[in-house]
Design a protein around this ligand. Structure first.
Ligand SMILES: Nc1ncnc2c1ncn2[C@@H]1O[C@H](COP(=O)(O)OP(=O)(O)O)[C@@H](O)[C@H]1O
Ligand SMILES: O=P(O)(O)OC[C@H](O)CO
Length: 495
C-alpha cells in the first residue's frame, strides 16, 4: 500500500480511539479502548495519565493489525478531550499527579475568589473564557500549590504542563517534542486569543512559571515524528476535540454550526477571522490555525449530555444499554410535565453554576419510566436550546441548520425532539466520527494527502434531516417549565 493513510488519534473523556483514513477521508480501520474514571472526592474527576497513554497506544497497535502498518501512514492527527491538565517530570517523563479532568470542580471556590476580586472582564477580554473550574489554569495552579516537591521541579525548569495532546505527543516522540496547538491553548485560560501567545499577566495572576508551558503551534503542520513504531511517522495535525469536530463537519464558513452529543454537548459556531465577544455567557475560542490563518468560534459547553443516559443505565438501572432509551422514551407521547435537569456536575453555559445539581421535577402518581426517559432526552435538548438562543443573540445571526454528531445522535427521537424544541432543521451526516475526521483532515492537509480545505467539502455526506413536527404552543410550555426547573436546580450546594 502506498503511504497515503492518515491515522487520527481521538483521546476522549471515557475512551481512546484510533481511526485510519484513506485519501478520500473514508475510515478503513478503527479501534476503541475505554479506560478508568477516578472520582476520589465529590466533584473531583481524575484520569491516570499512563492509562490514557496505554489505552491510546493499544488502539494504534490494534489498527496496525487490521490491514494497515506504520509504513502506510503518511501522518498522524491528534484530537483530545480539552482542558484536562497533566503535569510531568521533564527528565523522567513520569506524571507527578493524576490528570485533573475538565469535569473536575475542585477549584470552584478559588474561581469564586477570582470573581470577587473583579478579574472577570480582564480574563474574558484576553482569553474569551468565563471564570470557571472547567479550564486548565486553576487546575494547574492547584497542582503547583498542593503536590509536594512540585514547586522545586518548576523552579529548576524540570516540570512540564500539557493538555492531553501535548502529553500524547511527548510520549509518541520519546520526550523530544513539547508542543500544543492554538485550539487547545485557547482552553487553558493562560492564552491570549488575540496575540496568540501565552499571556504574562495571566501567568502572574495564576502564579504559573512560563517554563512549564509547551510551545504553541498551528493546527496543521509537521511538529515532529512518532518514534515508537517500525517507521518514523510525522505528527502533523492537532486540535481540541470540539474544534476538530467543527472542522470534520466542514463548518469552515462563517455562521456554520455543529453540536456534538457525547458525554457533554458542545455547540460551536464558526465566526471566521473575528473573535466575537459574548454578551450571553458563551465562550470565544480559537477554532484552528492553518497556513497562518486563524479562525475563531463561539462555543456553548454543556457538561452533561449523553452522560445523563449513562446515569439512567449505571446509576439507577432504568435501562441496560444506552440504545434502549429511545424505545422507552417513545412509549409515552410526552413527558407529562416531568422535567429532568442533568446538572450532575453543575451547569455549564450559559448558567455557569458549579453548585447546581441534577433534579427530576413534576413527578406525579402517573409518572412512569417512560416519562423519565423522555424528560431526560428533553433535558439534553433543552440545554442545547438555551445555548442556541444565546448564540443567535451574540452572533446576530439566525441559525437555520444544526449539523450534529457524537454517540447520542444514534438516537432519532433525541434529534426529533431537538428539531421540535429548536424549530429548525437538524442534520446528521453519514460519518458520525467527525472529531477523528477533523483531526485526519488537519493532518492530511499538512502532508498533502488532502489538497485543500475547499476540496474537502465534497466528502461531507448527509444521512438524515430532522424537521420540526410539533405545535409551537406545546414547545413554549415545555421551555417555560424547563427554565423553572433550572432555576430550582441552581445553587443547590452553595451553603
Ligand atoms: N442511543 C443513544 N441515545 C442516547 N444517548 C446515547 C445513545 N447511545 C450512546 N449514548 C450516549 O452517548 C455518549 C457516548 O458518546 P461519545 O460520542 O462516544 O462520547 P465521548 O466522546 O464524550 O466519550 C454516552 O454518554 C452515551 O450514554
Ligand atoms: O471527550 P469529550 O468528547 O466528551 O469532549 C470533552 C470536551 O473536550 C471538554 O471540553
Amino acid at each position: 500500500m502506498s503511504n497515503k493513510i492518515i491515522l487520527a488519534l481521538d483521546q476522549g473523556t471515557t475512551s481512546s480511539r484510533t481511526i485510519a483514513y484513506n485519501s478520500e477521508g473514508k475510515p478503513i480501520a478503527t479501534a476503541q479502548q475505554d479506560f478508568e474514571q477516578l472520582f476520589p472526592k465529590n466533584g473531583w474527576v481524575e484520569h491516570d495519565p499512563e492509562a490514557i497513554w496505554q489505552s491510546q497506544l493499544k488502539t494504534i497497535n490494534e489498527v496496525f493489525t487490521k490491514g494497515t502498518s506504520a509504513n502506510d501512514v503518511a501522518g498522524i492527527g491528534i484530537t483530545n478531550q480539552r482542558e484536562t491538565t497533566i503535569v510531568w517530570n521533564k527528565e523522567t517523563g513520569e506524571p507527578i499527579y493524576n490528570a485533573i479532568v475538565w469535569q473536575d470542580r475542585r477549584t470552584a471556590s478559588y474561581c469564586d475568589e477570582l470573581k470577587s476580586t473583579g478579574q472577570e472582564e480582564l480574563i474574558q477580554e484576553k482569553t474569551g473564557l468565563i471564570i470557571d473550574a472547567y479550564f486548565s489554569a486553576t487546575k494547574l495552579r492547584w497542582i503547583l500549590h498542593n503536590v509536594p516537591g512540585v514547586t522545586d521541579l518548576a523552579k529548576n525548569g524540570k516540570l512540564c504542563f500539557g493538555t492531553v495532546d501535548t502529553w500524547l505527543i511527548y510520549k509518541l516522540t520519546k520526550g523530544k517534542v513539547f508542543v500544543t496547538d492554538v485550539s487547545n491553548a485557547s482552553r487553558t485560560m493562560l492564552f491570549n486569543i488575540h496575540t496568540l501567545k501565552w499571556d504574562d499577566e495571566l501567568l502572574e495572576l495564576f502564579e504559573i512559571p512560563k517554563s512549564v508551558l509547551p510551545e504553541v503551534k498551528s493546527s496543521s503542520e509537521v511538529y515532529g515524528h512518532a518514534e515508537i513504531f517500525d517507521h518514523k511517522i510525522p505528527i502533523c495535525g492537532i486540535a481540541g476535540d470540539q474544534q476538530a469536530a467543527l472542522f470534520g463537519q466542514l463548518c469552515t464558513k462563517k455562521g456554520m454550526v455543529k453540536n456534538t452529543y457525547g458525554t457533554g454537548c458542545f455547540l460551536l459556531m464558526n465566526t471566521d477571522k473575528k473573535p466575537v465577544k459574548s454578551q450571553n455567557n458563551l465562550l470565544t475560542t480559537v477554532a484552528w490555525q492553518i497556513n497562518g490563518k486563524t479562525q475563531y468560534a463561539l462555543e456553548g459547553s454543556v457538561f452533561v449530555g449523553g452522560a445523563a443516559v449513562q446515569w439512567l443505565r449505571d446509576g439507577i438501572n432504568l435501562i441496560d444499554d444506552a440504545s434502549e432509551i429511545e424505545a422507552l422514551a417513545s412509549s409515552v407521547p410526552d413527558s407529562d410535565n416531568v422535567v429532568v435537569v442533568p446538572a450532575f456536575t453543575g451547569l455549564g453555559a450559559p448558567y455557569w453554576d458549579p453548585y447546581a445539581r441534577g433534579s427530576i421535577m413534576g413527578i406525579s402518581r402517573g409518572t412512569t419510566k417512560g416519562h423519565i426517559a423522555r424528560a431526560t432526552l428533553e433535558g439534553i435538548a433543552l440545554q442545547v436550546y438555551d445555548i442556541v438562543k444565546a448564540m443567535e443573540s451574540d452572533s446576530n445571526m439566525h441559525i437555520t441548520e444544526l449539523r450534529v454528531d457524537g454517540g447520542a445522535t444514534a438516537n432519532n427521537l433525541l434529534l426529533q425532539i431537538q428539531s421540535d424544541i429548536f424549530d429548525c432543521d437538524v442534520v446528521r451526516p453519514t460519518n458520525l466520527e467527525t472529531t477523528a475526521l477533523g483531526a485526519a483532515y488537519l493532518a492530511g492537509l499538512a502532508v498533502g494527502v488532502f489538497k485543500s480545505k475547499d476540496a474537502l467539502s465534497e466528502y461531507w455526506e448527509k444521512d438524515k434531516t430532522f424537521k420540526p413536527q410539533t405545535n409551537k404552543e406545546g414547545q413554549l410550555k415545555l421551555i417555560k417549565l424547563w427554565h423553572k426547573a433550572v432555576n430550582r436546580s441552581k445553587n443547590w450546594l452553595e451553603d
